[in-house]
Design a protein around this ligand. Structure first.
Ligand code: SAM
Length: 243
């Protein structure tokens, strides 16, 4: 049986998805408020940067993978307009429920699908843009998921991966203190769940750094791959094209 990481733990591959599901089912209702608190609102700026770089135009087709509570989907839906399509997808029903409610509250009629990024239920060469924000880290076979995202892109389409990454070395100590002491404490106080936020900190440390993720994207056939560090590398936005 192959093994993989769940945070700092080593688990059987078929165990990881269940453990990740446990995390997101537990935090779904408090997910948005925790994001604002943990990042002091910065996650909104990181997503705004991704939205600007995506540069979607009216009529385009967008796939939001691991879209969760749908803030990216909502922003893209406003940009593609009536003739475009934005699909909100996620593997987790609780997260997707919050996302679907947000879209409806904002008056957006977008299709929603519960699916695994490693097996996307879409045809080849379909989307102009695929995005995955803070989702790739949680996937068991990141290479398979990246290849799937490339498969569903049309030639000329682009993939954007927004994810935690490797912070600038002089900030590492302070960032570790914040991640391993403050985050679980905040998770306990606000969401009644320290463990999920401990997993968040650990999963960030286990995630490939900027250059490694760039190489992984190139390995699945994406081209002109580049990345942009945000907040001194706390987060990186990678972009690659299917040519
Ligand atoms: N994209 C949203 C955002 O930026 O706020 C949500 C990110 S949340 C940290 C990570 C999401 O990835 C969760 O909703 C989780 O259910 C989803 N996820 C984890 N593994 C997945 C998989 N294999 N396929 C699809 N979604 C997955």
């Amino acid at each position: 049986m192959s093994e993989t990481h769940f945070g700092f733990e080593t688990v059987a591959e078929n165990e990881k998805a269940k453990r990740v599901a446990g995390v997101f089912s537990s935090v779904a209702q408090k997910y948005d408020v925790m994001n604002d608190l943990m990042s002091a609102g910065l996650h909104r700026l990181w997503k705004k940067f991704a939205i600007e770089l995506a540069n979607v135009r009216p009529g385009q087709r967008v796939l939001d993978v691991a879209g969760g509570t749908a803030d990216l989907s909502a922003a893209f839906a406003r940009r593609v307009g009536k003739d475009g399509q934005v699909w909100l997808t996620d593997i987790n029903n609780a997260m997707l429920g919050v996302g679907r409610d947000r879209l409806l509250d904002e008056g957006i009629m977008a299709p929603v699908a519960q699916c695994d990024a490693e097996k996307l239920p879409f045809p080849d060469n379909y989307f102009d843009l695929v995005t995955v924000a803070f989702g790739l880290r949680n996937m068991t076979h990141k290479d398979v998921a990246l290849a799937e995202m490339r498969r569903v892109l049309r030639p000329g389409g682009r993939l954007l991966v927004l994810e935690f990454s490797k912070v600038w070395a002089p900030l590492e100590k302070a960032y570790d203190f914040y991640s391993f002491k403050v985050l679980p404490w905040l998770g306990e106080k606000v969401a009644g769940d320290a463990d999920s936020y401990r997993y968040l900190a650990e999963s960030i440390r286990m995630h490939p750094d900027q250059e490694t993720l760039k190489a992984m994207m190139e390995q699945v056939g994406l081209e002109r791959v580049e990345y942009f560090n945000l907040a001194a590398g706390v987060v990186a936005l990678h972009r690659g094209f299917k040519l």
